[in-house]
Write a protein that binds this ligand. Structure first.
Ligand SMILES: [Zn+2]
Length: 292
């Protein structure tokens, strides 16, 4: 009787340790992820991948990256978390394309990430300012967004197209803006909530063509927000259109926007977009750009 009790007691005490041991053994942080770049015709490209200001050369269109450079293990959630963005620089006929690769959390089990490059992206057609090829900009939702988020994105695209010469259209195919909604909060280093993030991701620096950009929206329940106007969505879409923050409280591109302030899109941004996309004289005052 006494022996039986102690055996089950030992098992009871060991069980949590076994569970911890099993979950930890699935984490392959030491393994290698291969990024593979080729175009639709199977051509491979020269170039490099940049992680935290270190460059890793591509051999035969591939580069092996140790996962410990890409992820860290977050003990509080028992998850792998990506350390940040990875950039690729691909070269063909003296044209360099820059590409931001979003590394998602918990994906270290993908030990090969194939990235297909569109060969026509290397064709030269020069602009004065970084812009998308077309004033009709297609967008694609990469994740599911809530009804509320979708409605606000709809309103945001309406608002920008109502005020500028740009038009927007949803697509399930190749898009210029890739939108993701995340159901978790995100904070910056100062501990303030980040409502979203956006930037051009894939661009040609010889022709100043933005090929695509990303717009991320984070869970907003903990944050103060403007409910009357899709201010956060417009702000993030404008980042995706290459607008950077400006240190002017009345601007929709002020970094603190999206609280209870419902700032409307600036006249200066409207004029700037219209001048860039009509190929007329550039009229961009009081704005700043991510790519210059
Ligand atoms: Zn911002």
């Amino acid at each position: 009787m006494g022996k039986k009790f102690s055996t089950s007691l030992i098992l009871f005490l060991l069980l949590p340790m076994i569970i911890v041991f099993i979950t930890e053994s699935e984490i392959t942080i030491d393994n290698i992820t291969i990024f593979q770049f080729n175009d639709e015709n199977g051509n491979i490209y020269d170039g490099s991948v940049k992680i935290e200001n270190e460059f890793y050369k591509l051999y035969g269109g591939e580069v092996e990256i140790n996962n410990s450079l890409l992820y860290y293990f977050d003990v509080s959630t028992n998850n792998l978390v990506s350390k940040g963005d990875v950039y690729a620089y691909l070269i063909n006929n003296n044209v360099t394309l820059s590409y931001k690769i979003d590394i998602h959390d918990n994906t270290s089990n993908y030990n090969r990430i194939p990235i297909v490059v569109d060969s026509s992206d290397f064709k030269i057609k020069k602009y004065d300012m970084y812009r998308y090829n077309n004033s009709l900009i297609k967008y694609n939702f990469l994740t599911e967004c809530s009804w509320n988020e979708l409605t606000k994105f709809d309103k945001a695209f309406d608002e920008i197209s109502k005020n500028t010469i740009l038009n927007f259209e949803e697509t399930n195919e190749t898009a210029q803006l890739y939108i993701s909604c995340f159901d978790y909060n995100n904070k910056n280093e100062e501990g303030n909530y980040i409502l979203g993030k956006g930037a051009p991701s894939w661009y040609n620096d010889q022709t100043k063509t933005i090929i695509n950009g990303t717009v991320n929206l984070y869970k907003q329940s903990e944050a103060k927000k403007c409910i009357k106007y899709p201010v956060t969505e417009i702000h993030e879409i404008l980042h995706g259109l290459n607008f950077a923050h400006v240190d002017k409280e009345e601007s929709i591109m002020h970094p603190g926007i999206g609280g209870d302030l419902c700032t409307e899109i600036d006249e200066d941004i409207i004029n700037c977009i219209n001048s860039i996309y009509s190929n007329s004289e550039i009229n961009c005052n009081n704005v700043d750009f991510i790519l210059k």
